[in-house]
Ligand binder design. Structure first.
Ligand SMILES: Cc1cc2nc3c(=O)[nH]c(=O)nc-3n(C[C@H](O)[C@H](O)[C@H](O)COP(=O)(O)OP(=O)(O)OC[C@H]3O[C@@H](n4cnc5c(N)ncnc54)[C@H](O)[C@@H]3O)c2cc1C
Length: 385
């Protein structure tokens, strides 16, 4: 029978980062099991690639303060491009409550050491993105180290270096059982193999709840469809523009290729494994878009080029990381609530620390533990896009 020191279920950006960080820390016998024939077919390959430190809770900000410099140095350290582009995130406020919210977040972000974030006056915003409708803007915030990465490339870089460090990746290997004995986790099964291990990490993205059930636990992670709409080539907005977020509607966009990539959180969306793109969404998103960026009226969209993927939502919009009390050897790296790409470096580091040392200096990992739900210690991240 095959065995591994650690089995990671799921080879998306999170499983790959955990494998990389484990091997870097000297844990070589790591086996990553992926049910698909290639990596990136889950949420990682569907992502918008946004990375930001402009969050509202200390734990989210700390994870970004580790991850963003990591992306910047990625190619030098891992010999593979991350595609990091520090074009910033620009939050546009047209309501007093949003302005107060940005100020409060700014205080927290700067107190934790974020230097590149600034509060802006209305004229600064229209100077930065002249295509914004400006008459009702009250202010905003901008962080120049926020930006975007290429999620597929980051995932690939993590996995290549993990494999160099001793990890193995097996594709077409869906985990169908997690076995336990009196000491805790004892192995996993796929359709064709049994692998003996004392440590299993659930990194199954939006499917994490199904994998958790294999170990007999309920995981509060729900899949939620998320749709993205690219425009056809569009030259009315500079390709150096930041990710621009209209806080009034949640509409946001960033440059992509010769056009723009647009997103909007449809409040009518309900949990489930839906990944078909709804063509009616194009009109919904453009209606929100032209309110803030009138020239989008002229943008062309081919719905066939739009796509949908799954967010993996938790009740408090924070991930669930670390050991499961009562099941020795079972670890979770789940529920990123739409932030799994940007927080993948920090997640890999934290989970690797927890597996190997039981604690992490990067954040107080107890805050993100599975037990917080039973203990009523929910955090609330409100800066969810
Ligand atoms: C449209 C969209 C836009 C997004 N935009 C952003 C963004 O701008 N910034 C950001 O940070 N995040 C964004 N996200 C979220 C981000 O993509 C996810 O949080 C992240 O990719 C999660 O990575 P993961 O590795 O946990 O999951 P995944 O990439 O889904 O990987 C999980 C893997 O587990 C495998 N798996 C599942 N079950 C099993 C099993 N039983 N056995 C073996 N393998 C299994 C799956 O096949 C999959 O490959 C976006 C998501 C979507 C859908």
């Amino acid at each position: 029978m095959e065995s591994a020191d650690v089995v990671i279920i799921g080879a998306g950006i999170v499983g790959s980062s955990i494998a990389y960080h484990l091997t870097q820390a000297g844990c070589k016998n790591v086996l990553v099991l992926e049910r698909e024939s290639q990596q990136g077919k889950g949420s990682t390959g569907k992502s918008m690639g946004g990375v930001r430190a402009q969050f509202s809770t200390a734990v989210s900000i700390r994870m970004s303060l580790y991850s963003i410099p990591f992306f910047r140095a990625f190619e030098e350290a891992l010999g593979h491009p991350s595609g990091y582009r520090g074009q910033g995130y620009l939050f546009v406020a047209t309501q007093e409550r949003h302005l107060r919210y940005l100020r409060t977040n700014y205080e927290l972000q700067t107190s934790l050491g974020l230097k590149a974030v600034e509060l802006l006056k209305p004229a600064d915003l229209t100077h930065m993105v002249p295509q914004l409708r400006g008459d009702d803007i009250l202010g905003g915030s901008f962080c120049s180290t926020d930006g975007f990465v290429d999620p597929h490339s980051v995932m690939t870089g993590f996995m290549l270096r993990a494999i160099d460090g001793g990890a193995r990746l097996v594709r077409n290997a869906e985990v169908t059982a997690i076995e336990r004995d009196a000491a805790g986790v004892s192995g996993v099964r796929t359709a064709t193999d049994r692998i003996g291990t004392r440590i299993v990490v659930n990194a199954a993205g939006a499917w994490a709840g199904l994998v958790a059930k294999l170990a007999g636990i309920d995981l509060p992670v729900e899949p939620l469809r998320r749709m993205l709409v690219p425009t056809e080539p569009f030259d009315k907005i500079a390709h150096s523009a930041p990710m621009t977020v209209d806080m009034a509607t949640g509409f946001h966009f960033r440059p992509e290729g010769l056009g723009l990539l647009m997103a909007w959180n449809d409040p009518g969306e309900t949990p489930g494994f839906k990944t078909d793109f709804d063509p009616a969404f194009v009109e919904k998103i453009l209606t929100r878009g032209v309110v803030r960026v009138p020239c989008l009226e002229e943008a062309e969209v081919n719905p066939k080029r739009a796509w949908a993927g799954l967010y993996e939502m938790t009740p408090d919009h924070h991930p669930i990381l670390g050991a499961v009390p009562g099941i020795p050897g079972l670890y979770l790296a789940n529920g990123f609530s739409g932030h799994g790409v940007m927080h993948s470096p920090a997640t890999g580091k934290i989970v690797s620390d927890l597996v190997l040392k039981g604690t992490s200096d990067l954040v107080d990992a107890r805050l993100l533990g599975y037990e917080r739900f039973a203990e009523g210690r929910l955090l609330e991240e409100t800066a969810v896009l």
